[in-house]
Design a protein around this ligand. Structure first.
Ligand SMILES: [Mn+2]
Length: 735
């Protein structure tokens, strides 16, 4: 009877030991605080324990930094200067400003590409740079084009910055170099084995990028560049300094720790242990490490005293007092000892192994620097929040895993949409899409906003989306928003039409390709819809899908992949077959010459005959089973605390047994209509929605009977009221 009847619900068991290992006193307190002071202590304790169990069940403590699930603070994002090439990119852009060069931002036509372009454009414009933007329109192919370079050369341009593309543009970048045009590539696509010969490459997927988290969107890479550029405007930029800490151990050796810091990152570290009288000062690495540096210490007096004890009074250290410096900003620090600082460090509570004095001083220095800059440039904070609205959209649209700092981006973006209101352009679009920003979730954005914003590019008019976000005048934005809504309607119709026409073909192709792939070619498919369509077939048939069409006598297409097949690896295995190809693990694009159709098909067939896919998953993982007596309006906080949901962080699935259906009606005009229930869960009654299952009323589901349910928890906004409801995934009669 049930739509997921063939899937088996599974609950992973968690031992008390696992729970105890996870719940350090800090984590326990923190999780407790997430459920709010208004709850009774017992209820909070129960919810905290369920929440901890859910995190462990999802393997989050092993696979990611738990900090990103419990903290929202943007200061836990990674420093842009961790990109080993970030300084080079910043330097080249500053040079462009000083020499009044013309700069072109070259983006992409999807939401990620459009938002990347807008974020970087806004910053360069504000810096006073002569900047313009360009994205592929009409039948332009993906990535930087020879035409764009030629046009830019005619205008006398000398620097191109690619966003969300570029890492595969070997020939184009070479061509630009021949014309004395420098190219900075900022991208996030999988990097090919050898990299293009660009002036600077900033891509977290390159092997030596230095960046600790590779799975950020193109817009997030652009945002990182912008953060670095904003930082470069301060006195702290390129200032090198040392932090020195010395302490006397119980065995009367002295331990010296030094850090060299530049642009918010650790350049070098030195740790030396010295026995007084045994080692001469000049036999140590220390003097060379400190040579010519500004040296900071926490408590200068004490540090000087210890240095004197160790090295005698013949050697003079000129020290700056870090504590006095910070106390100018936060007076209470004037009386704080090193131990106090270590106890205050929040990061150290999540990473006790890194809780050394020198690390704490480093983190404190970074916080201090950022506070100083925020004080001097108060307008930065507002600009950053507006940028984060776009970064959030990009992460969702590009299906980035919602873990690590992507969680910070999406949460910050959604918070800003709610509290500051949508930025210019988004405001006009949101009002047309009837998006309510009070209870906005990532799901709302991915269902409504990103498809609309994507529609323009899919139909060859990505410039409309960029103009919507950049136009200064409200009427212009209104007009563009109308156009986007119209384009989105057009896209939906076209997609519906073409999926209907190609559905049988798709089904048949699966047998033809050994049940390994779904491959569709049809000249009538819009180039911009191949991705949408491939995605749909992948979901319908649960095999990797390739959809391609012909455009200007070239074949272009998209691949969406699952079941362990890496799309970019698959395309890479074709060698130099393609004109252009690249993308991500599970979404990629390609183009090839018209003479190669037969060999393309043959290559795919060869591949299918010798490859194995991972089996389809037949299980629904239950996050928590919640007995009726524990269900209350506060239980919904389990879900809200783990938002945003999406890629690699799917919506929480709960199970509750023996709930009584007290009301049931069919709702919705669409066929199939949905079923709206009212469930008696003992103390409380909750509304529940079962999408598309209206026909079960009075056949499988009857008022007055008892059922076991699998469900998500969600908020529903209707006529100005917010109600909490269940969304049923599966329902079975209780036995
Ligand atoms: Mn992208």
């Amino acid at each position: 009877m049930m739509k997921d009847w063939n899937k088996q619900p599974v609950k992973k068991s968690i031992s008390k030991q696992q729970l105890d290992d996870f719940c350090t006193p800090h984590i326990k307190n923190k999780i407790n605080s997430l459920f709010g002071p208004e709850l009774a202590p017992e209820e909070r304790a129960v919810l905290s324990q369920i929440f901890s169990t859910i995190l462990i069940r999802r393997n989050i403590p092993q696979e990611d930094d738990i900090l990103y699930y419990l903290e929202d603070d943007m200061r836990f994002q990674h420093s842009p200067f961790l990109f080993s090439t970030m300084e080079d990119a910043v330097e080249r852009i500053i040079q462009a400003k000083e020499e009044e060069e013309k700069v072109l931002i070259f983006g992409d036509k999807d939401v990620d590409g459009v938002t990347s372009t807008v974020i970087l454009y806004g910053c360069l414009k504000k810096m006073g740079i002569d900047v313009q933007w360009r994205v592929p329109v009409d039948n332009d192919s993906y990535g930087l084009s020879i035409q764009a370079i030629d046009d830019f050369e005619k205008e006398g341009g000398s620097l191109i910055i690619t966003v969300d593309c570029g890492i595969s543009n070997f020939d184009e970048i070479h061509y630009a170099a021949d014309k004395y045009i420098d190219v900075i590539v900022t991208d996030h696509h999988n990097a090919p084995e050898s990299l293009p010969d660009a002036t600077v490459i900033v891509d977290p997927k390159t092997e030596d990028s230095g960046y600790p988290f590779p799975d950020i969107s193109g817009a997030a890479v652009a945002y990182k560049l912008v953060s670095a550029l904003r930082f470069s405007n301060s006195d702290f930029y390129n200032a090198e300094l040392c932090i020195l800490d010395i302490s006397k151990k119980q065995d009367s050796t002295y331990s010296i720790d030094c850090l060299k810091i530049k642009n918010l990152t650790k350049l070098k570290e030195l740790h030396e242990s010295v026995i007084p009288g045994k080692t001469s000062f000049y036999d140590l690495k220390l003097p060379y490490f400190l040579q010519g540096q500004m040296i900071y210490a926490w408590d200068c007096e004490n540090t000087k005293k210890l240095l004197k004890e160790l090295f005698g009074s013949g050697i003079d250290f000129y020290l700056f007092d870090l504590r006095a410096e910070i106390a100018k900003l936060i007076p209470s620090f004037n009386t704080k000892s090193i131990e106090d600082i270590k106890n205050l460090s929040l990061i150290a509570k999540y990473h006790p192994e890194e809780n050394t004095t020198i690390n704490c001083l480093f983190n404190l220095y970074v916080t201090y620097t950022n506070m100083m800059i925020a004080k001097k440039f108060p307008e930065n904070a507002a600009d950053e929040r507006k940028d984060l609205q776009l970064v959030a959209l990009a992460a969702i649209a590009d299906i980035m895993p919602l873990k690590n700092e992507n969680r910070l981006f999406v949460r910050a973006g959604i918070n800003s949409l709610s509290s500051d209101g949508p930025r210019k352009g988004l405001l006009e679009l949101f009002s047309r899409l009837r998006i309510n920003t009070e209870i906005l979730t990532a799901k709302d954005l991915s269902w409504t906003v990103t498809p609309a914003l994507n529609a323009a590019g899919r139909l060859g008019q990505a410039d409309v989306a960029i103009k919507l976000l950049l136009a200064e005048e409200a009427p212009a934005r209104e007009e563009k928003a109308d156009e986007i809504v119209r384009l989105n309607e057009e896209r939906k119709e076209k997609l519906l039409d073409i999926s209907y026409k190609t559905q049988n073909l798709a089904k048949e192709s699966i047998a033809e390709y050994n049940n390994k792939l779904c491959v569709i070619f049809d000249e009538n498919i819009d180039k911009g819809l191949t991705g949408n369509l491939a995605n749909r077939f992948m979901q319908d048939f649960c095999v990797p899908s390739i959809v391609f069409t012909k455009c200007n006598d070239i074949y272009v297409g998209s691949m969406r992949s699952n079941r362990g097949l890496i799309a970019t690896d698959f395309l890479d295995s074709f060698g130099d077959f393609f004109i252009n190809h690249g993308g991500h693990n599970f979404a990629a694009g390609f183009s090839f010459e018209s003479s190669k159709y037969d060999s393309f098909i043959q290559k795919i067939k060869d591949f299918c005959s010798k490859t194995e896919l991972e089996p389809e998953s037949k299980e629904i993982m239950i996050d928590a089973e919640i007995p009726q007596e524990y269900l209350s309006p506060a239980t919904f906080k389990l879900t809200y605390n783990l938002e945003p949901f999406g890629c690699q962080n799917s919506d929480l699935i709960f199970k509750t047994s023996k709930v009584k259906v007290v009301e049931a009606v069919k709702v919705g005009k669409k066929d199939p209509c949905s079923l709206k229930l009212l469930l008696d869960c003992g103390k409380y009654k909750f509304p529940a929605l079962y999408w598309g299952m209206g026909d079960l009323l009075n056949t499988e589901i009857n008022i007055g009977e008892y059922y076991d349910i699998l469900y998500n928890m969600s908020r529903n906004y209707f006529n100005g009221n917010i109600t909490q409801q269940f969304e049923i995934i599966d329902i079975r009669k209780s036995i």
